[in-house]
Design a binder for this molecule. Structure first.
Ligand code: RAM
Length: 876
């Protein structure tokens, strides 16, 4: 059976344009059904010409089983250069196979490559009022045929570019959100097909975006007073010469139909002001004004290096809209059946000047009205004023986004029908990698909610929520969820970008704020479990994708962070009583269970230091590793001294206190059992309920399962009264709620000032479902699923569970069912990986072809599995 080489990726993109890393990382996959298939060597060749000799790089035959993220090590490439590459792979039989050709193209590497100037309109809004969106354009002639054209473009704000009346690319909300004072990301588009010899037109419309529009609750203009554009079109002609068309003072600007484009407040459009075909060459712009030019932006121009934001799906209302009769205009409420993030597309016909108001909410109140109190100051309201005439008009705002399930349309001429409105789902366009299903439909709905919670809260930045006046890159939420996110999707470069956001927000003392990109709402130190995202997130990426680059890139800053933690600790206790700095958010939103800040602080200090020691080991920095381990010992000793009694009682006695002590392995081994008992006792005392907030919840079921109480883990999972994961599910939730008690029978809605129905943090239970219930996990000693730990923990009345995960090596599958006292298990190990299967068995362990028996551990038989598919059948 032959091996084919597929999935050729450069920096996780397929044949990308605009790569600016000096050593772009190359990856591929082996595809074959052959048992035990693995790579023994590879040879990468890179050429400046398609099919040409390897003039840029020939790695030679490298004896290695690595297939992912091999750094390019050839001749330095120049701006705009294209590199063609392929890889030859030798397998375990020493047969060799070559991949198809792939390529990447370099972006603009040097500031000097940019001749474009920042341009914008002279019209600007204020801290509370927005100005209409500026349109910017230029006509130009190309006197020779076009063989290739690239548009390098970005904005302070957000842009949508057009050439000759056609939209450039399919990204939305570009260039996304960074701390623009540090970094501004540009996008590169292949626009060859949009141009022609002769007359051409180019233009862009700008939204205020995160740069000049509303961000959280502080109003507008956080980074600058108005949006600006930077664009450089580089056209190559058939004779090899180039023409560059760049933004400068020859461009012209006008206001148009978009009266407001604000991410939080919404988009207002008056179609009567439509500009027509404003990027065609023939368009008459004599009434337009000259643009203003602006000095160079502070932030460094860097290429887009994470998944672009795109429309990924459209969903339809589940029923005809409900009409609420009001005076002077009726409301029509559409239900999309899913709490989602993006916008709607609305079809409408009616008299010119009719204005429709569209509001968005996650839930309805008990009278069936749209509930918007929990949005705080975010209006997320769109207005559309009709052009009029006989044609159906289509309204689709793209310079804003909303979080909603219900859409309230007021002022619609006549009665809208179900198919007049579509929900347009928008988020970072990463490949989905995980599927999970089991015999309990409520748990399947929970998994569905976790996935949608992640989708809506990954619009370029991992956010707490997507709807109210917040939508921020809260560090705590991100670290809580990153492991789950890495099951759901290929989020490596998404989180690498966030890691850069974190580093960009680090202050000179080494602290990491609660939010990145930093909006300086709360200040310089995010406190325990929040700031620690800086170490936890990259470590998780390393475990799940096996690449050291992110650890290397941020090593010095992470080390500075660990130094900072000690500088604010007293006798190794972080957030000690009496500490004058920010002691942290505690176990945020826990239920009647307060865990002291110094306990959480010291536990996370130990954990981050341990991870740092491991990171230093991985990077071969053994002196540092020794120091971090020594520091870790001291923090651990201080933790025990201060918070643990000789009998194994952990101070405060909360579930979270025990969870941190156990999960971070802070206790002497002989106290683990006692601590587990105490944890279980507290759970039972509360009626088999959890009391954990953001900090403890992600570890709860892991700790129970790892310490012999998988039964209690399942009892918590199956609990349907609040606080529990399934409570919201039984109340019809389609995403994860911010609070365990977002809505209850006796109290109704929780405090509107903080009650999001789309907050992914509690969705962190998702990782346990994949890891423990389905039994697919990484082995830290061979990260990136090179060696897979397959250890399903059966329980909770489930009769089957099945999951798949598309790892860097290919698809991993685990599917089990129980039947008449037997355990039937199907397993797939992708090529170039191995797995250890932990088969739960009472009786005689079966012989399975290709699986090597390794021995017995308690009630499980261990097998070593080379690549391939296997079926186990045994007595339970
Ligand atoms: C809330 C956010 C977030 C949390 C912080 C502490 O406002 O929604 O989820 O991390 O506070």
């Amino acid at each position: 059976m032959q091996t084919t080489i597929t999935n050729l990726r450069c920096e996780q993109f397929e044949n990308p344009v605009g790569i600016d890393r000096e050593q772009p990382r190359l990856s591929w996959r082996l595809e074959t059904g052959r048992r035990g298939a693995r790579q023994t060597a590879y040879r990468i060749t890179v050429s400046s010409q398609l099919g040409g000799p390897a003039d840029l790089w020939d790695s030679g035959r490298v004896e290695s089983d690595h297939t992912s993220e091999i750094p390019y090590q050839g001749t330095a490439l120049t701006s705009g250069q294209r590199a063609h590459w392929r890889v030859e792979v030798w397998d375990e039989t020493d047969a060799s196979n070559s991949s198809p050709d792939a390529w990447w193209e370099v972006g603009l590497l040097n500031e000097g490559d940019w001749t474009a100037q920042w341009i914008g309109s002279s019209v600007l809004g204020g801290p509370r009022t927005s100005a209409p969106a500026p349109y910017l354009r230029k006509a130009f002639a190309l006197d020779k045929p076009v063989t290739q054209a690239r548009l390098y473009v970005t904005a302070l704000g957000i842009y949508e570019a057009e050439i000759n009346g056609q939209r450039v690319g399919d990204q939305v909300l570009a260039p996304g959100w960074t701390d623009y004072r540090k970094q501004v990301r540009y996008q590169t588009y292949d626009v060859t097909d949009l141009l022609q010899a002769g007359e051409n037109g180019i233009g862009a419309v700008l939204g205020d975006g995160w740069y000049a529009g509303s961000v959280e609750w502080r109003g507008r203009q956080l980074y600058g007073d108005r949006p600006k554009l930077l664009a450089q079109l580089v056209v190559t002609h058939d004779d090899g010469s180039t023409t560059v068309v760049a933004t400068d003072d020859s461009w012209r600007t006008s206001l148009g139909p978009i009266l407001q484009a604000d991410l939080l407040q919404g988009q207002h459009v008056d179609a009567r002001l439509d500009l027509g075909a404003w990027t065609t060459a023939a368009y008459d712009d004599s009434k337009w004004q000259p643009v203003q030019t602006f000095p160079k932006a502070e932030g460094k121009l860097v290429a887009q290096n994470s998944p672009p934001v795109r429309v990924t799906e459209e969903i339809h209302p589940i029923a005809e809209p409900k009409t609420i009769h009001r005076w002077p205009a009726n409301d029509h409420i559409f239900d999309l059946g899913q709490n989602m993030v993006g916008w709607v597309r609305l079809r409408v016909k009616g008299p010119a000047g009719t204005t429709i108001r569209i509001r968005f909410g996650e839930v309805l109140d008990d009278k069936g009205n749209l509930y918007t109190e929990n949005l705080r100051s975010a209006q997320q309201t769109d207005f559309y004023t009709l052009r009029g005439g006989d044609e159906v008009e289509v309204f689709e705002p793209r310079l804003t986004f909303h979080g909603f399930r219900y859409v309230e349309v007021r002022g619609y001429p006549g009665d809208p029908k179900q198919d007049d409105l579509v929900g347009v789902v928008v988020h970072s366009d990463y490949p989905a990698t995980g599927t999970f299903e089991c015999s309990n439909p409520l748990i399947n709905q929970l998994q569905h909610n976790i996935w949608w919670g992640w989708r809506g809260n990954s619009v370029d930045v991992p956010t707490d929520c997507p709807q109210r006046d917040e939508r921020l890159g809260w560090t705590g939420d991100a670290q809580v969820f990153v492991r789950t996110a890495a099951y759901l999707a290929q989020v490596e470069t998404f989180f690498e970008k966030y890691q850069q956001d974190l580093e960009d927000s680090q202050n000179e003392k080494g602290s990491i704020p609660p939010i990145a990109p930093d909006t300086s709402v709360v200040g310089g130190d995010g406190g325990p479990a929040w700031a620690d995202a800086f170490v936890i997130c990259p470590w998780t990426l390393y475990l799940c994708y096996g690449d050291k680059a992110v650890l290397e890139r941020h090593y010095d800053s992470m080390k500075a962070f660990i130094g900072y933690l000690q500088s604010i600790s007293r006798d190794y206790i972080r957030s000690y009583q009496g500490y004058e700095g920010f002691a942290g958010f505690g176990d945020w939103l826990s239920i009647n269970a307060e865990t002291p800040s110094d306990l959480i602080g010291t536990a996370f200090s130990a954990y981050s230091t341990e991870l740092m020691a491991r990171i230093a080991e991985v990077l071969g920095k053994s002196e540092d590793a020794t120091e971090f381990w020594a520091l870790h010992e001291k923090i651990k000793a201080a933790f025990n001294d201060r918070f643990v009694t000789p009998g194994g009682v952990v101070a405060s006695g909360t579930q979270t206190a025990y969870l941190l002590a156990l999960h971070f392995d802070l206790l002497p081994p002989e106290l683990r059992e006692k601590a587990t008992e105490a944890l279980v006792h507290d759970i039972k005392k509360r009626g088999t309920k959890l009391s954990t907030g953001f900090v403890g919840s992600p570890y709860l079921n892991h700790v129970l399962t790892a310490n012999g109480r998988n039964d209690v883990a399942f009892d918590l999972l199956n609990q349907q009264d609040w606080p529990s994961w399934l409570y919201a599910v039984t109340k019809g939730a389609t995403t994860i709620w911010e609070r365990w008690d977002g809505w209850t029978h006796d109290k109704g809605f929780q405090d509107a000032s903080m009650n999001s129905f789309n907050h992914y943090a509690y969705g962190a239970i998702g990782a346990w479902l994949y890891q423990s219930v389905a039994g697919i996990d990484v082995d830290p000693a061979q990260p990136g699923y090179k060696h897979i730990v397959m250890k399903p923990d059966v329980g909770g009345g489930l009769t089957y569970a099945k999951a798949s995960y598309d790892s860097v090596h290919g698809r991993i599958e685990s599917s089990w069912r129980t039947e008449d006292g037997r355990f039937e298990w199907d397993v797939t190990v992708p090529p170039n990986a191995t797995a250890t299967a932990y088969l739960p068995t009472k009786g005689v362990a079966p012989e399975v072809e290709g699986a090597e028996r390794l021995g017995q551990e308690a009630d499980r038989t261990l097998y070593r599995l080379p690549a391939g598919t296997y079926h186990f059948s045994t007595e339970m």
